[in-house]
Design a binder for this molecule. Structure first.
Ligand code: FAD
Length: 296
């Protein structure tokens, strides 16, 4: 199939892109890496009258360490993050998740902002943002707002971005020394979207008592799923295998995945529990080892 006809607009600054969205937002789509949008156009599942190509907007690309955050411009290629030394050192969860996004050819073109704005419930990056309690910076010609993952992801492939807004930056907190993280997933073949993926973070104090614990799951609901009640029980005690097994059971009982061609609901529930336990164990080992840095 070929895409339907559209006007092709190529802004060369962020202001120009925002102005175009202000005027045409309701009938336009922005084009980032095209790895999800181009197939949607070719199958005619979306029919925008205008396509606003962000690839010539310089201000949206780059990774910087800034005031406790790793700040990533929306148009930064996924592969650029994967190979970035600051990203690997400051945000090991992101570094571990990134190579699990599709294949390298896709990551060469696909952008961080595109993956998050696309909001596929099986995608890795939305779960990373959720588990780390990151911030999503969204801008329009009228101003800027900052959203949490829970505010940003509202349903299947649906976000809180208005038609006149752009996701401009993703901010992830820099990992501290006694924090560990892990990202594990199960997919049928390497490079496929995962059946279930789990991001975990665990923070300890000097005595080894758990101060924070968070999980975010992919593939088990319309948005990244955060079983907060299950992880809350870990805080205030020294982590034990029995406690992690209990969290795994709670997660399995809590999630409400759907059956599809790739896996049954029951299998996904089982995977969610097993991966929750395993990621928590791994994250804790890394926190104990003081290996908050690069997991590879
Ligand atoms: C074979 C294959 C396998 C894949 N496997 C995986 C996988 O395992 N895990 C995974 O997470 N992804 C996977 N992907 C998707 C890939 O990560 C895409 O790169 C990503 O979903 C979209 O990023 P993009 O930059 O290509 O965005 P586009 O395709 O250009 O855009 C996607 C959507 O986001 C909107 N958009 C883009 N940027 C912005 C912005 N800054 N502000 C507001 N809206 C914006 C667009 O208008 C569009 O609606 C796969 C893709 C393919 C083709």
């Amino acid at each position: 199939m070929k895409p339907p006809r559209f006007d092709y607009l190529v802004p060369t600054s962020l202001d120009e892109a925002l102005d175009l969205l202000h005027r045409h937002g309701d009938e336009a789509r922005v084009l980032a890496g095209g790895q999800s949008l181009v197939p949607l156009l070719n199958f005619r599942l979306v029919r925008p009258a205008r396509l606003i190509d962000l690839n010539e907007v310089p201000d949206l690309d780059g990774i910087r360490v800034d005031d406790g955050w790793l700040a990533i411009g929306a148009m930064t290629r996924q592969r650029a993050v994967e190979t970035s030394a600051p990203a690997r050192a400051k945000c090991p969860l992101l570094a571990e998740a990134m190579p699990q996004v599709g294949h390298v050819q896709i990551r060469n073109r696909g952008t961080v902002g595109g993956s998050i704005a696309h909001a596929d419930p099986a995608a890795e990056l939305p779960a990373v943002v959720a588990a780390l309690d990151g911030a999503l910076v969204v801008r329009s010609a009228r101003g800027e707002r900052m959203l949490t993952a829970e505010q940003f992801f509202v349903g299947y492939f649906t976000t809180a971005i208005a038609p006149t807004e752009l996701l401009v930056e993703v901010r992830l907190p820099i990992a501290s020394a006694l924090t560990g993280s892990a990202f594990l997933e199960v997919s049928r073949r390497h490079g496929d979207f995962a059946l279930v993926g789990v991001a975990a973070t665990v923070g300890l104090d000097e005595a080894g008592v758990c101060t924070t614990a968070a999980l975010a799951l992919t593939g088990v609901g319309p948005t990244p799923v955060m079983p907060r009640d299950a992880t809350r029980a870990l805080v205030g005690a020294k982590p034990t295998l029995a406690a992690f097994e209990d969290v795994g059971r709670r997660v399995s009982a809590f999630v409400r995945p759907e059956s599809d061609l790739h896996a049954s609901r029951e299998y996904r529930k089982h995977l969610a529990g097993v991966l929750a336990r395993r990621t928590l164990v791994l994250a804790t080992e890394r926190a104990v080892g003081g290996r908050a840095a690069d997991p590879r």
